[in-house]
Design a protein around this ligand. Sequence first.
Ligand SMILES: [Fe+2]
Length: 309
Amino acid sequence: MQQDPPLDRAREQVEHALVTESGRPVVKTFFDEATFTASHVAHDPATGAAAIIDSVMDFDQAAGRTSWKNADRILDYVRSEGLQVQWLLETHAHADHLSAAPYLQQQLGGKIAIGEQIRAVQQRFATIFNEHEAFSPDGSQFDRLFADGDSFAVGTIEATVLHVPGHTPADVAYVIGDAAFVGDTMFMPDYGSARCDFPGGCARQLYGSIRRLTKLPDATRVFLCHDYKAPKRDSFAWETTIGEERANNMHVRDGVDEESFVQLRTTRDATLTVPKLLLPAIQVNMRAGRLPPAEENGASYLKIPLNMF
Ligand SMILES: [Fe+2]
């Protein structure tokens, strides 16, 4: 069997959290129905230390107006629970919503972090958006870039980072205690998996990443970045387990081989339209959630590259 020390560490960490009952974060989720995004606040009940995962800035594209209804819900929760935010984690550079991490950081503190492959994503989009002077595609916009297998802590709870490319080249999953925040890899079992047709995406890589995640213990809690309500389901859902995914995921349950998955994923991706907020989201999220620098008149602008997508 192939050696995978980062995964072994994550597995041991989950097993330890499950057996001892300590090291299990409390997770509260905030769902944004405008972008179908689940933002999570994971905290250590022993210390009140917290991580916010994949926050959302509200954006009215027609008006070009940003606002903070979603972020303020998180802010109110963090303050009312008396939590101390240590981390603002991004699972990847999202294409369907803008991050609120800098706004939350300003109010609550904490470090903004993402996977180190974000540099490759920044380079690709710096070319597409013809950004060279005011933008360095070196990851310096983030406070911390995580490599595969890096560990960190949320209070007394151990956490491990797993690089899980496929949806984008930079996706990471954060395994915090017994809870895996898997970003855009798997979705709920009745919905399947994330698309792989963005620049740098790869269905074959996503298959490998999901197979890696499903080697975590079956009891691992799994928190998703999105839900779109599967047919026959009338409420949004964002929490499942590795065991559930292995048994029932409609795209990638145990027994589905790589070729079948790649075929299914590629065929489905060919039918999907470009996400509504792709162009604004990428320009903001490649800057860790900050708007492009203001021009001489004090206003910020977003670009629309023509005929590139
Ligand atoms: Fe995404």
